[in-house]
Design a protein. Structure first.
Length: 367
């Protein structure tokens, strides 16, 4: 009888002899919340999810749209709460310690390392050095014993190439539109392969700009398509004005922003769904903002007269309230019963895995 080939032995020898490869599946085990339960659900398919460790996530939006608030604020804070250390690459020189502390981010050197960078190559070198040291010290440990780490790049759009710097020194302001998309793609592709087997995430912000195509009005993501393909999650954010007070009453003055988030790509849920998240200047983001509207759109909560009604699939009891009376506690009840709700399960079962990879060509630009 022919001796069977030992794949396990081959796998061990292969991963030790060839650096830069890893064998086996790397499904996400740990998730970091964005600070909003609706957005967490839309990008991961789980209200307790968010962005996954071991993968790359990108949040793109115009200036002041809330992308830094979500990534450098909420995600960093929630990552620290889950025992992650954070390396924050600040290419915009805009992340002040006082602002981060106001968002409950621990800025102590043991928990957060902020690095001011301007070059794509410098980010790549820094991540490469981190990963080289990480693999040498922790590469042989079991996954659960490895230290958790989150890289945050804020932002990709502000990073320069050597040509950009050289032209600036010469007084030539043409820019390096040709190499930058390739350099960004190389940065993300190399990083995603290095972090895949480990509890390490890369979260990046990027810029968008208004479309000039009258037939395709969606904002475009700068930087080319390469880094989009390597990312597991891509969220586009549009800035809208928030003109209502803490009680939801309409006012004339601007009280904050509404971050209109649209899932452009996700490997864990349906793409092209969105949520408007209210971020008041005084109180910050409400974790349940946008949830009632999503539940209404999915038919989980139904409009009955001038009230909104929800019938518990477990007790059969009805909750019928005016829109403003739907408190966070009532919304949390629906989340707790989500797994028992037939309509919610229909939403999960309707996910078509083949549709998770939308053609990003219409949403990116090579500039």
């Amino acid at each position: 009888m022919q001796k069977p080939f030992d794949l396990t032995k081959f796998r061990t020898g292969l991963t030790k002899s060839i650096t830069g490869i890893s064998a086996g599946f790397h499904d996400p085990r740990d998730w970091i919340s964005t600070g909003n339960k609706t957005l967490d659900y839309l990008i991961s398919g789980d209200f307790n999810g968010g962005i996954p460790l071991g993968k790359v996530s990108v949040f793109a939006g115009e200036s002041g749209s809330g992308k830094s608030f979500i990534c450098s604020g909420n995600i960093v804070k929630n990552a620290q709460d889950k025992g992650c250390q954070v390396v924050l690459f600040d290419s915009e020189n805009a992340l002040d310690e006082q602002w981060l502390q106001a968002l409950d981010v621990d800025t102590s050197p043991e928990k957060l390392l902020r690095i001011s960078v301007s070059m794509i190559d410098d980010v790549a070198k820094a991540i490469s050095e981190f990963m080289k040291d990480y693999k040498a010290n922790y590469g042989d440990l079991e996954y659960d014993e490895m230290p958790k780490l989150v890289f945050v790049v804020d932002s990709l759009g502000m990073l320069l190439t050597p040509t950009d710097v050289d032209q600036f020194q010469k007084g030539d302001m043409k820019g390096d539109m040709g190499r930058k998309p390739k350099a960004l793609a190389a940065l993300v592709r190399n990083t995603v392969n290095q972090i895949a087997p480990f509890p390490i995430a890369l979260v990046a912000t990027n810029h968008t700009y208004a479309s000039q195509d009258m037939f395709d009005p969606d904002d475009k993501i700068s930087g080319g398509q390469g880094f989009i393909y390597a990312s597991s999650i891509v969220v586009a954010i549009k800035k809208l004005k928030l003109k209502e007070d803490a009680d939801g009453n309409k006012v004339s003055s601007v009280q904050g922003i509404r971050a209109a988030c649209k899932v452009m790509k996700s490997r864990y849920s349906k793409p092209f769904e969105g949520v408007q998240i209210k971020i008041p200047y005084e109180t910050g983001m409400d974790p349940y903002s946008g949830m009632l509207e999503m539940l209404e759109a999915k038919g989980i909560v139904e409009k009955v007269g001038n009230k909104l009604s929800y019938i518990s699939p477990i007790t059969g009891e009805e909750i019928k309230e005016f829109r403003k009376a739907w408190t966070d506690e009532k919304l949390q009840l629906i989340i707790d019963e989500w797994g028992q709700n037939p309509k919610a399960q229909e939403d999960v079962e309707n996910i078509d895995r083949e549709e998770f990879e939308p053609d990003m060509e219409d949403y990116t630009d090579e500039s």
